[in-house]
Design a protein around this ligand. Structure first.
Ligand code: ATP
Ligand code: MG
Length: 226
């Protein structure tokens, strides 16, 4: 599903070059549930952004479900991203003026579905995360955990094969963290490939493979009973 070969990422700020990824190689198969851990600044989000086709690598190869990203046009990359990947962020990134169901419909706007179909798909995704009774609430009318579930529903609504979550529970209490993890586990059981960046050992413990990044390198990659 995901094949990365000797990937490097150099950021340039003015005159200063910084190598955030120093040659990362990684294979992730369909249906894996992977956590990425490591100190702040080690390159976790940089790696996730490249895996999610939100940013380009400076060097190396990235092959996403058989597509070599380097050779593709920006439009083709956007299409691939929309089709294959759902994102969940730490800060939820919901639009405050839209209701839950409208927020979840957003990724579908580029698709060909009718308004009615879009709404149905959004309602289905919200029901799946247990928010069937909060469809018309705005973000400020919901708890942190409910907002993150809206964000998860938005990540799911296009039925992506891969879900990338960058510290999805960073802003949540432990009970809500468990709820979010339970949803991710269910999605994984349904066959979704899930990659989650986390600072929390309790989260990494619940995944079937833990990758540790340090100073721009993968320093360990351990499979475990999830
Ligand atoms: N756009 C950018 N321009 C310049 N440097 C950047 C940029 N984005 C990240 N960096 C640098 O690259 C390094 C890796 O950043 P990254 O965000 O990947 O770390 P991280 O492992 O996700 O950290 P955290 O756990 O704090 O989220 C850091 O030293 C950061 O300062
Ligand atoms: Mg980060």
């Amino acid at each position: 599903m995901i094949k990365v070969d000797n990937m490097k990422k150099v950021y340039q700020t003015g005159e200063i070059m910084f190598e955030a990824l120093k040659g990362v190689s990684l294979h992730i198969e369909k249906g894996e549930f992977v956590s990425i851990i490591g100190p702040s600044g080690s390159g976790k989000s940089t790696l996730m952004n490249i895996l999610g086709c939100l940013d380009n690598a400076s060097d190396g190869e990235y092959c996403l479900d058989g597509n070599t990203v380097k050779n593709m046009s920006d439009d083709a990359i956007s299409e691939l991203r929309n089709e294959k990947i759902g994102f969940i962020f730490q800060s939820f990134n919901l639009l405050p003026k839209l209701t839950a169901v409208e927020n979840v419909e957003l990724p579908l706007i580029y698709g060909k579905q009718s308004n009615k179909k879009r709404k149905e798909m959004a309602e289905k995704a919200l029901s799946l995360v247990g928010l069937g009774d909060r469809m018309d609430h705005k973000p400020n009318e919901m708890s942190g955990g409910q907002r993150q579930r809206v964000a998860i529903a938005r990540a799911l609504v296009c039925e992506p094969a891969i879900i990338l979550a960058d510290e999805p529970t960073g802003n949540l209490d432990s009970k809500t963290t468990e709820e979010v993890m339970a949803i991710l586990k269910d999605l994984n059981k349904l066959g979704n490939t899930i990659i989650v960046v986390t600072h929390e050992p309790e989260i990494a413990e619940q995944t079937s493979r833990v990758i540790t990044v340090r100073d721009g390198n993968i320093v360990s990659d351990v499979r475990q009973v999830g």
